[in-house]
Design a protein around this ligand. Structure first.
Ligand code: SF4
Length: 246
């Protein structure tokens, strides 16, 4: 490759097709190092953090806040979240001094047409997630080149092969905590005195919408309380990358 071509390549904006190469480049790097690169290298473009403000969300929010407090943080506010989650999001964002918390909500018109009773979760949870989570988030991410997600491999067998970088349509998705264990997360929370989600103490190990989340019993998978009784393990917002769609 000529010097001019190498220079052009070095300045080229990064896109979904670069995911495998980025996984190689950052293999063995810490979550902090990867986040630092993504949040400071202009080739990654416009970056947003997607957070559920759930049981373990404080760790990633804290890591990002230490690098850039102005990063847009998207909370998919389905209209079915626990009031505790909404209050926690405000309190945690203030605690970490995150300055751009955005509530991503479904369109009122779409809800009126496709979930007029608000009970679609009870007979068609996939359809409910599509209306209340997938469509609003897709619209909100249209203006970004890369999203950061807090998923980890240990959370479920469906996430066991989660890559550090993955394609998400034309965008890149970064999973900086992919390799973190439950113990690492707990240690980070304790070391930095990060406030826990108030429902964790009540036995909620993974926290989503109120109608579809229940506490887990000792020894159960942390996500066993999500869509309990349904053959469903994911909401669909992570279904287009290297991970299988559910
Ligand atoms: S988690 Fe439940 S209430 Fe929330 S969008 Fe999905 S089906 Fe609807």
């Amino acid at each position: 490759m000529s010097r001019a071509a190498a220079r052009t390549e070095a300045l080229r904006p990064l896109a979904a097709a670069d995911a495998p190469g980025l996984c190689q480049r950052f293999e063995g790097a810490s979550a902090e190092a990867v986040l630092e690169a993504v949040l400071t290298d202009p080739r990654f473009g416009r970056v947003a953090l997607v957070s559920s403000f759930g049981a373990e969300s404080a760790v990633l929010l804290h890591l990002v806040a230490r690098i850039d407090r102005s990063v847009p943080v998207l909370l998919v506010d389905t209209g079915k979240l626990f009031p505790e989650t909404l209050a926690y999001a405000e309190a945690l964002a203030a605690h970490l001094d995150l300055r751009d918390l955005r509530h991503v909500r479904p369109e009122a018109e779409q809800l009126a047409g496709q979930d007029p009773t608000g009970l679609r979760w009870s007979y068609d949870p996939d359809g409910c997630c599509a209306i209340r989570k997938v469509a609003p988030l897709e619209a909100a991410l249209a203006g970004f080149d890369l999203s950061i997600s807090g998923r980890k491999r240990h959370q479920a067998h469906t996430r066991a092969r989660l890559a550090l970088f993955e394609p998400d349509g034309a965008r890149l998705k970064l999973n900086p905590l992919a390799g973190w264990t439950r113990e690492m997360l707990a240690a980070h929370m304790a070391h930095h005195a990060l406030p826990p989600h108030p429902l964790v103490a009540a036995g909620y190990a993974s926290i989503g919408c109120s109608p579809c989340t229940s506490p887990v019993l000792p020894g159960e998978d942390p996500r066993a309380g999500r869509w309990r009784g349904w053959d469903k393990t994911e909401c669909g917002i992570h279904g287009r990358g290297s991970e299988p769609a559910f």
